[in-house]
Write a protein that binds this ligand. Sequence first.
Ligand code: ADP
Ligand code: MG
Length: 256
Amino acid sequence: MNALEINDLHINIAEKPIVKGLTLTVRKGEVHAIMGPNGTGKSTLAKAIAGHPDYEITSGSVLLDGRNILEMEPDERARAGLFLAFQYPCEIPGVSIANFLRAASQARLPEGEEIDATAYYKRLYSKMDALKIDRKFTARSVNEGFSGGEKKRCEILQMAMLEPSYAVMDETDSGLDIDALKIVAEGVNALRGPKLGVLLITHYQRLLDYIVPDFVHVMWDGRIVKSGDKSLALELEAKGYDWVKAEFAATTAAAK
Ligand code: ADP
Ligand code: MG
């Protein structure tokens, strides 16, 4: 199937179960939002999908267009079409964005094939124009001294250049000001389309005012406990999470 399929996934951190049987399918062309209170395992899910070594997958599967990515190294996952965006990206002093993106694009080519510099810059500038990013931006070192908004702009540009099939974006917690949120939203909306599936993780409904998701899922205690459309996000904003927990507790009790 043309999808990112997460099936009954269980993830431990230091032998403690954090994600406890999470199932979710993101098809190409769809934008899914995962919301949920702090500490429910949203970032753990994103990091485990990326292949972070501290996160132990004890059972379940993650398939990308039918391929098991859990057996792949993080760079292979990226080549297979997965892109992960994190809230706190690292700084790479001395490496310009242009060179960083060029190296990333080069890494995607088959062994022995050289990137064509003219074509690369042409593509870079056309993506930057589409995203309304100033050309001077690419001369700066990756994330060094960047504002929150500039980090997001850098991340969106990476995503535009790498043209992933699926993007998992962990924009949770505080720290993103409204300008940064708008940059993420404009970027995702510009890149949205039939060739991209997006899994957007967020703690706040506010981001979903700008990126209107096709599906909204509530995560609680390591599981998805409720799914719906964009109206669910508004309901959560108005009523909080407690009613979802109560509803879930009632249905699991009834099932026993
Ligand atoms: P969320 O993103 O939903 O706020 P997290 O995935 O960050 O939640 O965290 C889920 C749980 O896992 C929390 O109880 C947190 O304390 C724990 N946790 C997350 N990362 C680590 C880590 N590196 N070491 C130990 N515990 C962690
Ligand atoms: Mg988090």
